[in-house]
Write a protein that binds this ligand. Sequence first.
Ligand code: SAM
Ligand code: SF4
Length: 340
Amino acid sequence: MQDLDPSTTGLIDPFGRAVTYLRVSVTDRCDLRCVYCMAEDMTFLPKKEILTLEELDRLCGAFIALGTDKIRLTGGEPLVRKGVMTLVRSLGARIGAGGLRELTVTTNGTQLTKMAEDLYAAGVRRINVSMDTLDPGVFAAVTRWGKLEQTLDGIFAAKAAGLAVKINAVALKGVNEDEFDRMVAWCGEHGFDLCLIETMPLGDIGGDRTDQYLPLSLVRSRLRKTWTLEDTDYATGGPARYVTVKETGGRIGFITPMTHNFCESCNRVRLTCTGTLFMCLGQDDAAEFRDLLRAPSTDDAVLAQAIREAITRKPKGHDFVIDRRHKRPAVARHMSMTGG
Ligand code: SAM
Ligand code: SF4
């Protein structure tokens, strides 16, 4: 039998971190235009630059053979990519001993009324749904093109299908900062975890990011006025630090790239829909896989070697700074490229 112990065959970076988690952005396109993520008039990539679903599947398979045991599909909006369920099913079939431990999806929820049951049937058990506010007007303003009701319907369809739901909310100064008590109560009531995210300076969004930035240290101290937040060891292998809300029994995760360095325990790399592998969300160094995948001479051994080589370049950490003087993003690519 093939030995999948990461210490012998798996991917270990130069800092001794086992890389076992692959996030895959399956499309750069989206049906929404969230203000912190995209400009309204985004130009998307031509089709020939995008990996086919078969190419994505092959590359994911190569990572799994090297010990990757968790894959998250993201985007853009992963569920708007045509035929995406064929990829989900193929990856879902690799869940089990020697393969994936978990297959998850991050989505804006707009397609979930149609797709939640199929996701569950394919082996997905947990999803993250991004919803920054429970106020329909604020939701419309933040997403530019979204309707809160559609996302809520999607969330409840996911719950009904048996999926565990985590709500992702980006903390935005002056936009949703008064709503977190309500969201904690709402998530507690419905059995959803809540994950609060600081805005990260990724990509030109056609506006000023310093206006949006709200440190979660402040959010957390405000929440403490209403809720008893108890520290917990709960971890999902991601960068979030969790607390339990005593009053609801629910959990709140805090993702604080700007105020807290979460890099020491980073176990992940990110693949874009064009076959570019970023070893760190906050750095520009990358490895290109598209040409390699399309070259007839590339067999599985060549692919595996290229992945190993990329992992030797995984940097120690990121260096996010919202540049206040120049108002430039720290990293030029959008979150919708590397998929959050
Ligand atoms: N479309 C899907 C969604 O919205 O969940 C998946 C892709 S989206 C890029 C993944 C996550 O990144 C979302 O939770 C979104 O709120 C978050 N995000 C996007 N841009 C961000 C930014 N500049 N800073 C922090 N989080 C961001
Ligand atoms: Fe689309 Fe997600 Fe970006 Fe919003 S955060 S624009 S839903 S990719």
